[in-house]
Design a protein around this ligand. Structure first.
Ligand code: ZN
Length: 138
């Protein structure tokens, strides 16, 4: 497995439109995409900052992991996503190294990328996401 860069930083927010306003009007960044990821019960907004993106996440349901996160810890950094050459093989490598996975198999995230989360109990408290463009059909 090779991590090339931080693909994005996921930030949990209570109100996506208000947060977008802050990033655009105060930080002067441009939101280039808003997308709902039904699978994760979230609405996302993306900002490009150099090679890395900021992904704002708002829960669309009380059962959303983002709703639970905000309830427990408030708004803030939710996860960091590393770009890997191949998500599936990265997961296999993590399993071999004794890291528990939240996602045993890559699934579809925002922007059509394959994504998978590692269990934060095995990563010193950080929710790590792997993402990449690998084809999951093989
Ligand atoms: Zn993410």
């Amino acid at each position: 497995m090779k991590i090339s860069h931080i693909e994005h930083i996921g930030i949990a927010v209570k109100n996506l439109n208000e947060a977008i306003k802050f990033y655009e009007e105060v930080l002067n960044l441009k939101c280039y995409a808003v997308e709902e990821v039904k699978d994760q019960k979230v609405k996302t907004a993306f900002f490009q900052v150099g090679q890395t993106k900021i992904e704002l996440l708002e829960a669309t349901s009380e059962e959303s992991p983002i709703a639970k996160f905000i309830e427990k810890r408030g708004e803030g950094i939710h996860h960091i996503a590393f770009n890997v050459d191949n998500v599936k093989s990265a997961l296999e490598e993590m399993e071999e190294k004794g890291v528990k996975l939240i996602d045993e198999e890559p699934r579809k995230g925002a922007e059509g990328l394959n994504i998978a989360f590692l269990h934060p109990k095995f990563t010193h408290g950080l929710l790590i996401e792997f993402c990449g463009k690998d084809n999951t059909d093989n």
